[in-house]
Design a protein around this ligand. Structure first.
Ligand SMILES: [Cu+2]
Length: 366
């Protein structure tokens, strides 16, 4: 189990080891088949640029010395035109740029078009959480603590498997960025974007030590948001954990949450979608804490007030901007179309368990 974003060491490399330049530029830890492609293209561009830098700077230095103004300032007549030279310095760079373009385009298409037979998963981005919905509809409930104390999800992915991610945002533009995969894809509101890759084999960064899958080898890769999306953008992180395909099937089945009570289901939803802005311990975050909120009298920015009851909570989830709690801004996006009535009911039950305003037994779901 990782403890902190900052303490965590480099992820293990899957590409040729011992390339000092590559390691210097990218760090180690490339994973997935795109990483090698991106690094290769980058190396090409790097060496072409280095070559021209050396040639141009060398000639500049040489000629400024050679043609330095000496005692007899006689201006030489320079030829106005050299067709051969001009054709060459047009055609050769054009060819080089065309090669760079095609290599880059090929790499882009390879990521945007998913490999055949890929397992499809949904990625949902919202300020400031990543969610991955597995093919069985389940979501990960495992969390890793970042250096700031924020808990971020651990997404399980099958190793050596083609994977297709269908991504959408429910608010602003985010960007799905996995440095180890050398890939970055925008995640937009109102439009699906796709990112496909063949996951690497596990090179063994460790074995799970806890839970029913103890002993399973795994390998972790950080996921970040690479599009500035507001206050907690820098904490919009998650861990992508590769595990063997058969273990993945079982782990993901274990996430489906069958047999939970409404309050437990509400807690799950809270952990996955609300915890980045709402605490349950009374501390103020981007949004108000949920501790003791149910049943209390809330005051709004327009000076009015209301009791926090079921009706109000439902409205706050579906139309958060309608009543703004005094002291807070309109940061929360609507969960209409994202949370069902059942989900909202479950969250209400969970909020009741957090509030001293609800007497034990009162209002409990029978
Ligand atoms: Cu973001």
């Amino acid at each position: 189990m990782m403890t902190s974003l900052y303490e965590h060491g480099p992820m293990n490399a899957t590409l040729a080891e011992g390339n000092a330049l590559r390691d210097f530029i990218f760090g180690t830890g490339g994973s997935g088949h795109h990483a090698a492609m991106v690094e290769e293209t980058f190396a090409w561009i790097f060496w072409i640029a280095t070559f021209f830098f050396v040639v141009l700077m060398g000639l500049t230095a040489l000629w400024s010395f050679q043609y330095k103004r000496r005692s007899t300032p006689v201006a030489l007549v320079s030829s106005s035109h050299n067709t051969v030279l001009e054709t060459m310095w047009t055609v050769i760079p054009l060819g080089i740029l065309a090669v760079i373009f095609f290599k880059g385009f090929q790499g882009y298409l390879d990521q945007a078009v998913s490999p055949a037979g890929a397992i499809e998963m949904d990625v949902r981005a919202a300020k400031w959480d990543w969610r991955i919905i597995y093919p069985n509809g389940a979501e990960s409930t495992e969390r890793v603590k970042l250096g700031s104390g924020k808990e971020s999800p651990i997404f399980y992915m099958p190793a050596e498997t083609p994977v297709k991610l269908k991504m959408i945002s429910s608010d602003v533009i985010h960007s799905f960025y996995v440095p180890d995969f050398r890939s970055k894809f925008d995640v937009m509101p109102n439009r699906y974007t796709y990112y496909g890759f063949n996951s690497s084999a596990i090179k063994g960064s460790g074995t799970l030590t806890e839970g029913p899958f103890a002993g399973t080898p795994y390998e972790d890769h950080w996921l970040f948001c690479a599009e500035y999306c507001g206050d907690s953008h820098s904490e919009m992180a998650a861990v992508i954990r590769l595990v063997p395909r058969d273990a993945w099937n079982k782990i993901v089945d274990g996430f489906n949450g069958a047999g939970l009570t409404p309050a437990e289901k509400g807690k799950r939803l809270y952990t996955i979608q609300c915890a980045s802005c709402h605490s349950v311990d009374g501390s103020k975050n981007t949004g108000p804490s949920w501790k003791d909120v149910f049943g209390k009298t809330e005051t709004f920015t327009d000076g009015t007030s209301a009791t926090v009851d079921e009706q109000y909570v439902r409205e706050s989830i579906y139309e958060p901007a309608k009543k703004l709690v005094a002291g807070y801004g309109p940061q929360m996006a609507s969960f209409k179309g994202i949370l069902s009535e059942d989900d909202v009911a479950a969250i209400i039950e969970y909020m009741k368990t957090l509030s001293a305003n609800v007497k034990p037994g009162e209002g409990e779901k029978k």
